[in-house]
Design a protein around this ligand. Structure first.
Ligand code: TYD
Ligand code: MG
Length: 455
C-alpha cells in the first residue's frame, strides 16, 4: 500500500507539505498552503508501462497541425501538436476567448473536429461572438459544461481532434469537496484533461486567467502539468496584443505573435511599426524612438517624457508616473540624471511612457527614457531620424544591450539614419550612423541637448 502523503500544496510554487504550515517551506510565501483532495490510496501491483530503449521509442506520431492563424502558428513553431496540452493565459478582457474561437474556426474549416467547452459563457453568447467574427463553421461543437466528468464523456462521444476549455478555472470535479476555482479543483481537472489528451492523442487548449500581478489565478503548478504555456497580453485600451510562449516542449520560446484587436476580432499585424509609430509627431521635445526586443523580434517603440517644474516652494509630492515602463527604473534614471549629469528633476512632476500599449521591462530602454526627460525639460526636440538604445548604470555609464545588431537592423529597415548607442557597439554595416557614447553626459552632448540648467 502506498499511502497518500501529500496533503497540502503551495498555491505559489507548487511545493507539497504533509501538514498545514503558515509559511511555505520552499518559497517562503505566507498563507499559500491549500489542502489537496485526498489522493486515492493505491496498492502496489504491476506497473502500467515498461521501459524501452530510446532508439525504439516511436517518433512522435502527430506532426503539428497549423491553425491557420499565422501569428499563433509562428509562436507554436508550426501549429498545434496532437496529444499536446496548451495553457493560454492572460488577464480578463485581453482577448483569450476571441483568439481561441478564431483558431478553432480555422482548424475546423480545415476538417479538424473541434469541441469548445465553455464554462464562462452560454452557448448562445459564444454564438453571438462567432457571428461577430464570421466564424460559423461546421466541425465546431460547443457545450456549456462545468463538470470535468461531463467533459470527458463529451470527448469520448464526439472524438474531437482538438478540445478547448474556456476557462480551466470554471471546471470542477463534483467528487472533490473543494469549491470550483480552488487550487485543488483546477489542479485535479487539469491533470485529468492532460491524461485524456495523452490517451487520445487529442490536442487540448486550456484558457487560464491571470491576475494583474501576472500569475495564473490558481496554481502556478498548472504550468508544470502542461506542455506549452502561452501568454497573451496587451493594454486593454490599445489594439496591440502580444502572444508569446513562456514554455514550449515542442519548440523554441523566442517567437512572439502580434495581433490587433478590432471590430471583427483579432487580425495579425504584418507591420508593427505602422501601429506603434503611426501617430508619431515629429519635432516634439520629449519623444524618443528606441528599438526593444520582444522575444526574437525587434520592435520600434516611442518613449515619451514630460517634465513639469513645480513653481515656488515644493508643497506637494511630485508625481512619478511610468506607463508601460518599470517605475523602479524611472527612479534610478532620475537619481542618475541628478548625481551624474547635473540634471535635477526632483522639484518637478515627471511622466514617462512607452506609447502604443506595449510594456517594456528591459533596461535597454533606459537611455531613451533618460534623453526623453532631458529633451522635454530643455524643450528641445531630438532629430526625427534618430533612435536611442542603451542601458544606464548607476555610475551614469551607458551599457551594452543584448542583440543590438538585430535592433539596429530594424531601425535601419524603417528608415532611421542615426543611432545613439553604447560606445562598444560594432558597426555592422546596416547604413545607420552610430553615435557611440560612454555615459549619460556623453549622450546628452552628442544629441546637442543643453546640459546646463535651463531654469
Ligand atoms: P475576450 O476574448 O472575451 O477576452 P477574454 O476571454 O480574455 O476575457 O475579449 C475581450 C474584449 O475584446 C472585449 O472587451 C471586447 C473586445 N472585442 C473586440 O474589440 N472585438 C471583437 O471582435 C471581439 C470578439 C471582442
Ligand atoms: Mg473569455
Amino acid at each position: 500500500m502506498t499511502k497518500a502523503k501529500t496533503a497540502f500544496r503551495c498555491r505559489e510554487c507548487g511545493a507539497t507539505a504533509p501538514r498545514w504550515e503558515g509559511r511555505c517551506h520552499a518559497c517562503g510565501d505566507w498563507n499559500t498552503l491549500v489542502e489537496l483532495a485526498p489522493t486515492a490510496t493505491r496498492t502496489a501491483h504491476e506497473p502500467a508501462t515498461r521501459p524501452v530503449q530510446l532508439a525504439d521509442v516511436p517518433v512522435a506520431a502527430g506532426a503539428a497541425r497549423p491553425s491557420g492563424l499565422d501569428e499563433l502558428d509562428r509562436v507554436l513553431g508550426g501549429g498545434v501538436v496532437p496529444g499536446s496540452v496548451t495553457l493560454l493565459g492572460g488577464e480578463p478582457g485581453v482577448g483569450k476567448s476571441t483568439l481561441l474561437l478564431q483558431a478553432l474556426t480555422l482548424l475546423a474549416s480545415t476538417g479538424a473536429r473541434c469541441l469548445l467547452v465553455c464554462g464562462e459563457e452560454s452557448a448562445a453568447q459564444v454564438r453571438i461572438r462567432a457571428e461577430r467574427l464570421h466564424a460559423i463553421v461546421p466541425n465546431l461543437w460547443l457545450v456549456a459544461d462545468a463538470d470535468v466528468h461531463g467533459v470527458v464523456a463529451h470527448v469520448q462521444e464526439l472524438e474531437p481532434d482538438v478540445l478547448a476549455v474556456d476557462s480551466v478555472q470554471t471546471l470542477a470535479d463534483v467528487d472533490l469537496p473543494s469549491a470550483p476555482g480552488s487550487v485543488a479543483q483546477v489542479t485535479e481537472c487539469t491533470h485529468r484533461l492532460v491524461r485524456l489528451a495523452k490517451e487520445r492523442g487529442m490536442a487540448t487548449v486550456l484558457v487560464g486567467h491571470v491576475t494583474k500581478e501576472g500569475t495564473l489565478a490558481g496554481p502556478r503548478v498548472l504550468e508544470h502539468a502542461v506542455d506549452t504555456v502561452l501568454s497573451f497580453d496587451g493594454d486593454r485600451h490599445h489594439a496591440l496584443r502580444l502572444l508569446r510562449a513562456v514554455k514550449h516542449r515542442f519548440g523554441a520560446t523566442g517567437e512572439i505573435g502580434l495581433f490587433e484587436m478590432g471590430e471583427a476580432g483579432l487580425t495579425t499585424v504584418a507591420d508593427p511599426a505602422a501601429l506603434l509609430l503611426g501617430d508619431r509627431q515629429r519635432g516634439v521635445p520629449g519623444c524618443v524612438v528606441t528599438p526593444v526586443l520582444e522575444g526574437a523580434r525587434a520592435l520600434l517603440v516611442e518613449v515619451q517624457g514630460l517634465v513639469s517644474r513645480i513653481e515656488g516652494e515644493v508643497k506637494v509630492s511630485p508625481v512619478r508616473s511610468a506607463q508601460g515602463l518599470d517605475p523602479k527604473r524611472l527612479a534610478v534614471i532620475l537619481a542618475v540624471l541628478d548625481a551624474r549629469a547635473g540634471v535635477n528633476l526632483y522639484g518637478a512632476h515627471v511622466y514617462a511612457s512607452a506609447v502604443g500599449g506595449v510594456r517594456v521591462s528591459e533596461p535597454a530602454i533606459d537611455l531613451a527614457v533618460t534623453l526623453a526627460l532631458v529633451s522635454t525639460d530643455r524643450k528641445q526636440a531630438l532629430p526625427d531620424d534618430l533612435v536611442v538604445c542603451g542601458e544606464v548604470g548607476l555610475a551614469g555609464e551607458v551599457r551594452q544591450v543584448p542583440q543590438i545588431g538585430r535592433r539596429l537592423h530594424e531601425a535601419a529597415r524603417l528608415g532611421f539614419k542615426r543611432a545613439v548607442v553604447p560606445a562598444s557597439t560594432p558597426d555592422n554595416g546596416n547604413g545607420l550612423e552610430l553615435l557611440g557614447v560612454d555615459s549619460v553626459v556623453d549622450a546628452i552632448d552628442v544629441t546637442g541637448l543643453k546640459r546646463g540648467c535651463a531654469h
